[in-house]
Design a protein around this ligand. Structure first.
Ligand SMILES: CC(C)(COP(=O)(O)OP(=O)(O)OC[C@H]1O[C@@H](n2cnc3c(N)ncnc32)[C@H](O)[C@@H]1OP(=O)(O)O)[C@@H](O)C(=O)NCCC(=O)NCCS
Length: 159
């Protein structure tokens, strides 16, 4: 669905410190598998704000939010990594793509991911990729609709 067709105006911008509480709330919707490290404790908003300061200082890390009528309804994270393979061109990965449950199927994630793709391209990256849980069928449709090919296998260990 095209947001313009739906009269929905989606604004994509970089997150600020003030957005942290809302982002923490929204990103709770991303956990399908709880690592032991996560379940062993909880973080305070002050701790999350400290983490955000690191993100903000890192020129290779960008955290974007999608706003509709000044309310944050989605988010997505981008890492651009300097690299020695592939002619020394950087690679990009995206993480934490999420849209508020009440606002899904309105084209918001599509806008966010397109934005990340553009930023990665403008930063000279030779590729952008992501890893997604096998259970996330909706997300897979989203990435395929934007031209991403399913490629290789993804491996991980939770701590
Ligand atoms: C996946 C997610 C980000 C999609 O957000 P969204 O804003 O609803 O997606 P969009 O409206 O931009 O959808 C764009 C396209 O993706 C596909 N898509 C999105 N949700 C879909 C669903 N539930 N079923 C089938 N296709 C879907 C469709 O092709 C859709 O285009 P269309 O609506 O014109 O058919 C959202 O469902 C979400 O936050 N899920 C939980 C977190 C998550 O899985 N994140 C991804 C981690 S890899």
């Amino acid at each position: 669905m095209d947001p313009m067709k739906n009269q929905l105006i989606v604004k994509i911008r970089e997150a600020t410190r003030r957005d942290v509480p809302r982002l923490v709330e929204l990103m709770k919707g991303l956990t399908l598998t709880m690592s032991k490290a996560e379940s062993d404790g909880a973080s305070t908003i002050a701790e999350y704000e400290k983490v955000f300061e690191h993100i903000e200082r890192d020129p290779n890390r960008k955290l974007f939010v999608a706003e509709v009528e000044r309310e944050i309804v989605g988010a997505a994270d981008l890492l651009i990594a300097p690299n020695l393979s592939h002619r020394g061109l950087p690679w990009a990965i995206m993480e934490n793509v999420i849209v508020d449950e009440r606002m899904r199927r309105k084209g918001i994630a599509r806008e966010l991911v397109r934005h990340l793709m553009n930023v990665a391209k403008e930063s000279g990256c030779y590729k952008i990729g992501l890893s997604s849980d096998k259970r996330r069928a909706a997300a897979h449709r989203l990435y395929q609709s934007l031209g991403f090919d399913q490629y290789g296998l993804s491996f991980r260990i939770y701590f």
